[in-house]
Design a protein around this ligand. Structure first.
Ligand SMILES: [Zn+2]
Ligand SMILES: [Zn+2]
Length: 227
């Protein structure tokens, strides 16, 4: 690409994209020649540095396989600016995507507001969801379900009255035969209704009393505080 012509184009204030359209080349090619000739489209940097990079435009170039460096050249913007808008639009370069190969499942590296770039999985409804957010949501839900069950069960050990730490309170099945599932971890991930009907077969005890019950040192009357 001829230097004088390119220079005149840039001086007339045209963007690299516009020039690329005119000559039927890819913007990254024009960007390459601009740098090769030591030209700068000062106009662009000065006037466009605060302008947004539109999602459509960025996505097209990303799908063409451009790296951050090539995007910066094609769009005539700084690397930091390009990174910012990639994040903002939730776009990931092909190169970055390749780095995620080998992630379990059909995971992909995407941008999460809470966790930055992290593994995403596709949900049943076809949306992408951050895996760490999802794990978090499940454990939040378990904690909420347990909190509800604890309150409904009186919130304290039926034997000794201990109530300081919810994590040390457990549901003991009065009749092991009637037990459908344990009200810990997985059991708390079920519907509140099912967890609730299971809790009704239990008595709430602290970890110490629970251990004593299991060892036969303490007993609970079958008709005791269990509801
Ligand atoms: Zn997340
Ligand atoms: Zn106790």
């Amino acid at each position: 690409m001829e230097e004088a012509w390119l220079r005149s184009q840039l001086e007339s204030g045209r963007s690299i994209e516009a020039i690329a359209r005119e000559v039927g080349k890819h913007p990254s090619t024009v960007g390459h020649w601009v740098r090769k000739h030591g030209l700068v489209s000062s106009h662009a940097e000065r006037h466009r540095s605060r302008e947004p990079i539109e999602r459509d435009q960025l996505e097209r170039l990303v799908e063409d396989g451009l790296t951050v460096e090539q995007l910066a050249a094609a769009l005539d913007r700084g690397h930091a600016t390009v990174r910012y808008w990639l994040k903002r639009h939730g776009l990931v370069t092909v190169r970055a995507r390749e780095l995620t190969r080998g992630l379990p499942g059909d995971g992909a590296l995407r941008f999460c507001r809470r966790h930055g770039y992290s593994a995403f999985v596709k949900t049943r409804d076809g949306h992408w969801r951050c895996k760490r957010c999802r794990v978090q949501a499940v454990s939040d839900r378990r904690r909420r379900v347990k909190q509800i069950l604890l309150e409904e069960a009186g919130g304290a050990c039926a034997l000794c009255g201990y109530n300081r730490y919810a994590g040390a309170l457990q549901f003991h099945h009065v009749d092991p035969e009637a037990k459908a599932f344990a009200l810990a971890d997985g059991g708390l991930a079920r519907s509140l209704q099912r967890a609730r009907s299971e809790a009704a077969k239990c008595v709430l005890v602290c970890a110490n009393c629970h251990a004593e019950i299991e060892a036969g040192l303490a007993t609970i009357a079958p008709t005791g505080p269990c509801r």
